[in-house]
Design a binder for this molecule. Sequence first.
Ligand code: C2E
Ligand code: CA
Ligand code: CA
Ligand code: CA
Length: 279
Amino acid sequence: AKALGQGAQQWYSHDIGEESRAHIRLLHGLHQAFERNQLFLAFQPQVSLESGRAVGVEALLRWRREDGSFVPPDQFIPVAERSGLIVALGTWVLQTALAARARLAEAGHGDVRMAINVSPVQLRDPAYLEALDALLARSPIAPGRLEFEITESVAVMGVARASGLLAGIKARGIELAIDDFGTGFSSLSYLDKLPVDRLKIDRSFVGQLDSADSGGRIAEMIVPLGQCLGMGVVAEGVETPEQAERLRALGCKEVQGYLYARPMPFEELLGWLQTRKEM
Ligand code: C2E
Ligand code: CA
Ligand code: CA
Ligand code: CA
């Protein structure tokens, strides 16, 4: 049986408004879906602008209801975070992504990095690194790279603690990316202190690249910022050739978005990677 976050119990006893009622229903449904194995991972390629090949894939959690409809992660992840269920979910995501990474390596895609989203709630656990070690020890060691995508809110625990924790993750051979960069408490003073490999430009900025909006200018500034700090830059949410061209001109090397591929089930990903390799 899966160990569920203890926080879930506490959460039920909070006082109940209309909004909470909806959250409780959602949380209950999520618990059930988790136990009935109705969650799965979809994978979205991250592509090199130079070669057109996949340099990575991002694992994204999917919840399909029995009627075939999908509940968007933007809806259920915050509920899972508030209840503590994200800890058990995050463990499952890591295990499943590690298994997928091993299968990618077997299929000849061992150089493709596997990026997974890690919630700040998971990182708050003082025993996080021990739990991570236990998980890594249990999974078959396969060639290939692993990357954690973490939002800027990790700095809320204090820069010293955050950088210590991130250094611990890096010491286990895992790369780090700052997700949704530019949308949170971006502070240049902490950025320089965190051992980060990559910045992901939030898609809200990328989407404005082909207009004169200020969001486009922010995307334009993040590329040289990353270069200056010795970090890679991935642009997410690239939907048009114009955006891709603009990013290429700016010196951005890696892109992710519907222009290249939507998140897809693992079997489909294998086919996609194979076709790209043969191109
Ligand atoms: P995110 O980490 O910023 O993930 C990128 C989101 O952008 C994904 O939404 C992806 O499907 C979407 N996307 C990618 N390319 C495009 C594009 O060209 N256009 C548009 N409009 N969207 C694009 P998704 O899968 O719905 O996930 C939403 C959020 O849920 C993620 O944002 C992440 O914060 C969270 N999430 C998803 N899976 C996990 C997970 O396993 N663990 C945790 N902690 N959070 C997760
Ligand atoms: Ca992400
Ligand atoms: Ca993101
Ligand atoms: Ca996001």
